[in-house]
Every structure is written in structure tokens, then in C-alpha cells.
Design a protein around this ligand. Structure first.
Ligand code: 13P
Ligand code: SF4
Length: 346
């Protein structure tokens, strides 16, 4: 079914209202002509969604035309997990990375969960297997195992409680055990140690050796240089950054918390040390704020595209459908349910 000229015009106008604010993406300028180019695709995807009882969940790091063109929910890992848990859809297209889609399948097992690109991994999730974690647990039998949500279903199945960047400090502080085996982010583990010390909470944090290939690249020198150039600058960073970067920042938090901080803060400029997709969202949703360069691209998140979302709705290949062994899924669900019990309610 092809769209009428009137429907295409209206869709291009709808897209333009959001996308014209996105300036951080040097690869593409958003204007009426570029919105007209993608309007047939967004119309087709939104029609396919209605016909199939499908929804699109999109992480804030994916391309803005996905977020503002076809996403039914957009946000950070915690928010998207909640959306998956509450979803009544027959099909979930997860525009993000594979561990997020696996989490959606764990929480919403009756839905068909598909990914636009099976190659959308994550350097953290790919840094440790379930088998490696089992061996590590053998070395620390008295530790409670806390996994960051950026981990595979097999790692979650071996863990006691899952956390996200938005609730990691509160949940670990609430655990009765002193000794924590935290996987897979070594840099976040350092930030946990610092924050718990600041809160006066006594915990021993043992970690595995993963890092985020995007956030580990930011440096304190980059912050110092930006502060010198832009007086009054506020520096906002993700806890996957190094401890030195976190120490030099004005705010450290999940992508959802970073957005909230920017909305609530008056400053002439902001430096966002995270993936560039988040800056795109802020340019759309807080157009009165000014962002200076610094963000980086996650090559995995950028594998998502409107074309691949359309194709996976029309005819998913077997590798695009997320399947999990049922016993493993149930074990992995336990640690995520524990997160929902322990997470702060705000
Ligand atoms: P958030 O949950 O803060 O969105 O983080 C996800 C992620 O992959 C950050 O690199
Ligand atoms: Fe993984 Fe880093 Fe990409 Fe987030 S930004 S998905 S942690 S590689």
C-alpha cells in the first residue's frame, strides 16, 4: 500500500518538527528534503507495527530518525526494561544492542523479540561469558554477584542481582553482604567504590575486566580544555567513564539521569561525555540549551537503521529473532526481578 502525496507531506512535516533541532550529527543535516526522503519508510514501519501488533523500543543512542520517527518508547536501559516488562505487544523490535533485546525477551517471553542487526554487540556484554563468571564465582564463594545490565543472558543467569547505571549505587548500598562481585565493568566498579565511600557505605567491590569502548576514551584533559574555552560549562558524564573523568565532572549518571540534570540546570554550555545520540535527544527536547562537542559514536548502536527495522518487520531472518533456553531465561529473570524489587521508585 503506497502512501498518498498528502500523507507523505504530513509525515515529512511531523518528522521535521523534531529532527530539525538535531545539529550534533555531522553526517546528516535535517531539513524538509531529508525528512521527505525518510517519510515513506517511517509511514511503512508505523503501518507494519499496527498490522502486526508490534512496538519499537529504542535506546537514546540510536539514530534520531528512529527515535522520533518510529519509536513507541525511548530511554535508558532501566526505562526500556520496564517498558518490556509491561508490554502487551505481540512483537518487540529492539533498536539498541543485543543484550537489551535479550533483556526484553527475558521480561516479556510471550512476545517475539527481534533485532534489526544481530551484529549490534557491546564491548561490555561481550567481555565475559556465563562460563567465565561461573569460574570467577568459584574464587569468591562468599560474594554476592551483581551484574550490570550490559551483560548476556547467560551472565545474568549466574548473577544474584542486576543493576543499571541509574540504580547501581542505591542497590549495592542496600545489599546486606559486604563483599560484592561486580561484572563486567571495571571502570564502573571504580566509580562504585568512590560513590559508596562518599556515602559512608563499607563494601568490598571485586570486578571483572570489561570496559565500554566508547566511554573509556574520554579524558580529564578533554574536560580541562573545554572548561578553559567555555566559562560556566557543566560537564555531564556516564559512570562507564574512568574514575578520573568522573572526578572532573559536575554530574555523573545514567543517560536518563544525564537528561534530567541538563533539563534542571541553568548553564551557558554543556559537555556531554557519552554517546552522541543522547546529545541529539537533548537538542530536540531541550532546544534552549547549548552543547559543545565531545560525544562519540557507539558503532554497535549505529548499526540500527530505518531500513533494517522495516526489513525485520517484513521478513525477519532467524538470526534476528531473539531466542533463549527457557530454563536459562527463568534464571536470568530472577536477577532482573530482584533489581525491580530493590530499585528506588522514582
Ligand atoms: P544507560 O542505561 O545509562 O542508558 O546506559 C546504557 C549504555 O549502554 C551506556 O553505554
Ligand atoms: Fe556497549 Fe559502550 Fe555501546 Fe553502551 S556505548 S552499548 S556500553 S559499547
Amino acid at each position: 500500500m503506497t502512501a498518498t502525496a498528502h500523507e507523505l507531506d504530513a509525515e515529512a512535516e511531523r518528522l521535521l518538527t523534531s529532527l530539525m533541532h538535531v545539529e550534533c550529527d555531522a553526517r546528516r543535516q535535517w531539513n524538509l528534503a531529508t525528512c521527505r526522503e525518510i517519510a515513506p519508510l517511517t509511514l511503512e514501519i508505523n503501518r507494519l507495527k499496527r498490522e502486526q501488533g508490534a512496538i519499537v523500543l529504542a535506546h537514546s543512542y540510536v539514530e534520531p530518525e528512529i527515535i522520533y520517527g518510529v519509536a513507541d518508547a525511548k530511554g535508558d536501559s532501566y526505562f526500556l526494561s520496564l517498558q518490556a516488562k509491561q508490554a502487551r505487544a505481540k512483537k518487540i523490535v529492539f533498536a539498541g544492542v543485543v543484550f537489551m533485546a535479550e533483556t526484553a525477551k527475558i521480561l516479556c517471553p510471550d512476545a517475539t523479540v527481534v533485532v534489526p542487526d544481530r551484529g549490534s554487540g557491546c564491548s561490555l556484554a561481550d567481555s565475559i561469558t556465563g562460563e567465565q563468571l561461573r569460574r570467577l564465582k568459584g574464587l569468591y564463594p562468599d560474594a554476592v554477584v551483581v551484574c550490570y545490565i550490559n551483560s548476556t543472558a547467560a551472565v545474568k543467569a549466574e548473577s544474584d542481582v542486576c543493576v543499571t547505571s541509574g540504580n547501581v549505587y542505591d542497590i549495592i548500598a542496600r545489599l546486606p553482604q559486604r563483599r560484592i562481585l561486580f561484572v563486567p565493568d571495571r571502570l564502573m566498579a571504580e566509580n562504585i567504590r568512590t560513590e559508596l565511600k562518599r556515602r559512608g557505605v563499607d563494601k568490598e567491590i571485586i570486578s571483572s575486566d570489561g570496559t565500554c569502548m566508547v566511554h573509556e576514551e574520554f579524558t580529564p584533559a578533554q574536560i580541562a580544555e573545554a572548561r578553559a574555552r567555555f566559562p560556566g560549562l557543566k560537564v555531564v558524564v556516564h559512570p562507564e567513564c574512568t574514575a578520573e573523568v568522573a572526578a572532573a565532572a559536575d554530574f555523573v549518571g545514567s543517560t536518563g539521569a544525564m537528561m534530567k540534570y541538563v533539563r534542571a540546570t541553568t548553564a551557558p554550555y554543556f559537555l556531554m561525555l557519552t554517546e552522541c545520540g543522547l546529545v541529539g535527544r537533548l537538542e530536540v527536547e531541550s532546544p534552549e540549551k547549548h552543547f559543545v562537542g565531545g560525544c562519540r559514536l557507539c558503532p554497535y548502536m549505529k548499526l540500527n537503521s530505518l531500513e533494517k527495522i522495516r526489513d525485520v518487520l517484513v521478513a525477519p531472518r532467524p538470526d534476528q529473532i531473539v531466542t533463549l533456553d527457557e530454563a536459562l531465561r527463568q534464571r536470568a529473570a530472577r536477577c532482573i526481578d530482584r533489581m525491580f524489587e530493590l530499585a528506588p521508585s522514582d
